[in-house]
Design a protein around this ligand. Structure first.
Ligand code: HEM
Length: 124
């Protein structure tokens, strides 16, 4: 074999190996999508038992009309004091919220504030 043929053959082999390497690298390291385009919506509901576990001032969930709220961050700002809400942490507070514990009714602003703490639907 002539020297030229050897150089051409070796060059072709090196080229082929490099090409296979590049293609293999492209397949292995191809960018994975960061967000699953069909991420399922979380439709699971919160049971009374789960809500009941959040029953203290430092971890307070309550429900109003079938919706569960985590009002932990709000409780110390409640205009009537946290002590009005604490008995309802972990429980259904529909009647208490609607009647302000027997003192009338909360303003639309109070309902708007409440909606900011929504965490999910209460299971039947
Ligand atoms: C669940 C039991 C609750 C009871 C018994 C209760 C009771 C009361 C009472 C007695 C007042 C009158 C305060 C005053 O006149 O000085 C009041 C005011 C207020 N509460 Fe509650 N509350 C409860 C839950 C909540 C919750 C969960 C929120 C919001 C996240 C809230 C938001 C407010 C606001 C904004 C006011 C100011 C007045 C108004 O906008 O109606 N309350 N509450």
């Amino acid at each position: 074999m002539s020297k030229t043929k050897i150089i051409v053959t070796v060059s072709l082999i090196i080229f082929a190996v490099a090409l296979i390497g590049i293609l293999a690298g492209a397949v292995i390291f191809q960018k994975q999508p960061t967000v699953n385009p069909i991420t399922p919506v979380n439709t699971s509901k919160i049971t009374l038992a789960v809500m009941a576990g959040h029953n203290s001032q430092s971890d307070c969930w309550l429900s109003v009309r079938g919706k569960v709220y985590n009002i932990t961050d709000y409780i110390s700002f409640h205009p009537a004091g946290p002590e009005k809400i604490i008995p309802f942490c972990g429980k259904d507070a529909t009647q208490a919220f609607d009647t302000k514990g027997g003192n009338g009714s909360h303003s639309a602003q109070a309902s708007e504030t409440l909606s900011q703490f929504y965490v999910g639907e209460l299971a039947n």
